[in-house]
Design a protein. Sequence first.
Length: 311
Amino acid sequence: MEKISIIVPCYNEAEALPYFYEEVILLKKRMPKVEFEYVFINDGSTDDTLNILRKYAKKDKNVRYVSFSRNFGKEAAMYAGLEHATGDYVALMDADLQDPPALLPDMYALIKKEKYDCVGTRRVTRKGEPPIRSFFARCFYKIINKMSKVEMVDGARDYRLMTRQMINSILSLKEYNRYSKGLFSFVGFDTKWIEYENVERVAGETKWSFFKLLIYAIEGITAFSTAPLVFSAVIGVLFFVIAFIAILIIVIKTLAFGDPVGGWPSMVCILFLVSGIQLFCIGIMGQYLSKTYLETKNRPIYIVKETEKME
C-alpha cells in the first residue's frame, strides 16, 4: 500500500485545526487503497495549536507533529515537513482549508495514470482578497517572470502533490533563504496544474499582511534573479549620461549668455532625486549582500523543540 504524507504548516491555527482534521480524515474513505500520514509543523504558535496536535497524535497513530523552538516562518516549516515526511508521495496543505483536501484524489490519479511528477494547484480567481493585494500579486508574477529564467505560475499555491523523487531533489537544495514556489519550478519535473476558485479561510485570521507579502515578493525576486543588480547599473549609467549632457548645456549657456545666479530650488530637487536613486541602488546591492551574509553563517533552517516521539 502506497503512503501519502500530508504536510501542514501551522502558526496559531487552533481555530482552524478541528475543521481541517475532520476534512483530511474523510480522505481515507475516498482513497481506501492509500495509507495516510499527517505531519503537522507547529511554527512557534502562541495559541493552543500545540496542545491540539498532542491530542491528535495520542488518538491517531497516523498523526505526527514537529514543534519549533520559535517561529521560523512558513518556508522553514515546509522544509521541515519535507524532511520528516516518509510517504511515497508528499502533499503540502494549509490548515485554513484554503487548499481544498477534496482535490487530493484527483491529484493522486493524475500522478498515477498520467505519470506526472507533481500536480499543483492554482487559483483562477482571487475572490475575497482586497483588490489592492490582487493587483500587486498579478504585477509581481509579471515582473518576476520577465526577470527570472524559472517560470512562476500566476495564482500558484503551495498546495501540491509530489513524488518522492521530486521531494529528494528539493531537499538537496540546502539554501537558508528559501522561496519554495521558485524551488519547485527550479528542480523541474513534469507538473500538471489544477485550477480552482479561491476559497476563504474556514476560521481564524490570515498571518500574511500586505507588508509581509511585499517582503516575501522581494525575497522571491532576489532569490531567482540578478536583474535588479543590472537595473541599478543601467540607472547609474543613465544618470551619468544625463549629468554629462547637463554639464555641456550649462557650459554653453554660460559662455553665450553669462552666468546669472538662480535655480537653486531645482538644484536641490535634482540632488534629492539623484541621492534617492543612489540609495535605491545601494539598497538593491544590500539585499544580495545580506543574502550572502546569511548563507555563509550556515545556521540551521529550523530548530526542533518537540515531536510526538519526544512527548
